[in-house]
Ligand binder design. Structure first.
Ligand code: PLP
Length: 396
């Protein structure tokens, strides 16, 4: 009872959401300017954002889209992947990574993760390669790069297209290389909860400009811009549909947000690094808790802070831990329910839960703590205090 009262004294007065976007007056002003310009869909601000983003990554070109999912989809389409083909990816990801493989009619081949980084295990990728394998989609989980050296090497050996799911990996580096510059394609997300946002949006980059041009055609109804160039004498009204494409273009309203957020990316990153440091400091000596492990040479984007519980040292499970944190006014989440546990994939491919034991085991003991630039360091201290209170109260 005494402990209960102590909690109530220390508890936050207001609920801390798991994630919030970080929108300032600068973003608002740029969106208003876009609205007042009369050019509201794909136009000059999208072009500018594409150029700024490409310059930030250090690549020649980028393609603004309405989501990261769209980028993954058009990358697969541009790589010519379809029925009869297999695409290898991790079971420990958001469903979008795998759904797009179904969208092009290919077969997703899931593999397990390495327990330290929770990233796709290159040895298991190698073991899963068959004569039908055409591509691999590594996901830089939480903001830490996959072992791209191994993945790129095995992709070269087996002639596979590498499509990096960079939804968490901005800004991140892999052994000194910017995340998104090592694969054949890379798709970034600007969803509301990501490290920078355009409300909804994404950006696709490719190592070869021709492949990005292909993706660009797929992203807008299959209309070819080359036709405009070739038939320039006929005027700007002329286009040719060369493939039944999709409707995935970015709007200039989104780009207005993106242009401004990109300028603030490093400032926002710095804040997340400070929050991660608060958590690491608070938890690193607590035996019931396991902090995220960062391999040397990696710049972590800290999109997620997945804290793992040593459940054998606690009297409550992960679900109860989350409920208790909610009672202490702390919002959390879980990333991810492994893909092979979802009914569609489980039933379609007959996956047993234990098929990927590392993902299954880690999933059951992790909690994503709030980590975003709109949080204050006091908020981070509150989260750490709430976690510590629960560990004390429920220690075995
Ligand atoms: C958010 C996310 C996506 C999808 O991003 P959208 O921009 O919402 O389409 C894809 N993969 C992963 C790993 C994600 O977290």
């Amino acid at each position: 009872m005494a402990r209960r009262q102590l909690d109530l004294v220390m508890m936050r007065k207001t609920f801390l959401p798991f994630a919030l976007p970080d929108i300032t007056e600068a973003e608002i002003a740029e969106v208003v300017a876009a609205l007042q310009s009369n050019w509201i869909t794909t136009g000059p601000r999208t072009r500018q954002f594409e150029q700024d983003f490409a310059a930030y990554l250090g690549v020649a070109e980028a393609l603004g889209l309405n989501s990261c999912t769209a980028g993954l989809h058009v990358a697969l389409a541009a790589a010519g992947i379809g029925p009869g083909d297999e695409v290898i990816t991790t079971t420990f990801t958001f469903c979008a990574t795998v759904n797009v493989i179904e969208h092009v009619g290919a077969r997703p081949v899931l593999v397990d993760i390495t327990p330290d980084t929770l990233n796709i295990d290159p040895a298991r990728v190698e073991a899963a390669v068959s004569s039908r394998t055409r591509a691999v989609i590594p996901v830089h989980y939480g903001g830490q790069c996959c072992d791209m050296q191994s993945i790129v090497a095995l992709a070269r050996d087996h002639d596979l297209t590498v499509i990096e799911d960079c939804a968490h990996a901005l800004p991140a580096t892999c052994d000194g290389h910017t995340a998104g510059t090592l694969g054949d394609f890379a798709s970034f997300s600007f969803y509301a909860t990501k490290t920078m946002t355009t409300a909804e949006g994404g950006m696709l980059v490719a190592r070869e400009p021709d492949r990005l041009d292909q993706a660009r055609i797929f992203s807008l109804h299959g209309m070819s811009r080359d036709a405009w160039k070739r038939f320039s004498a006929t005027g700007s009204w002329y286009y040719e549909v060369v493939v039944p494409g999709f409707k995935y273009n970015m709007t200039d309203l989104s780009a207005a947000l993106g242009l401004t957020q990109l300028r603030r990316l490093e400032e926002m990153q710095h804040k997340r690094e400070l929050i991660a440091a608060v958590y690491n400091q608070a938890f690193q000596t607590v035996s019931a808790l396991e902090i995220p492990s960062v391999r040397p040479g990696m710049r972590h984007a800290w999109h997620l802070y997945p804290l793992r519980l040593h459940l054998e040292q606690l009297r409550i499970d992960r679900a109860q831990f989350i409920e208790e944190l909610k009672h202490q006014n702390i919002g959390t989440s879980v990333h991810y329910i492994p893909i092979h546990l979802h009914p569609f994939y489980r039933d379609r491919y007959g996956y047993h839960p234990e098929r990927f034991p590392v993902a299954r085991h880690e999933y059951e003991r992790l909690i994503s703590l709030p980590i975003y630039s709109q949080m204050s360091l006091q908020d981070a201290d509150d989260v750490a205090a709430a976690v510590m209170t629960l560990v004390e109260r429920f220690r075995r």
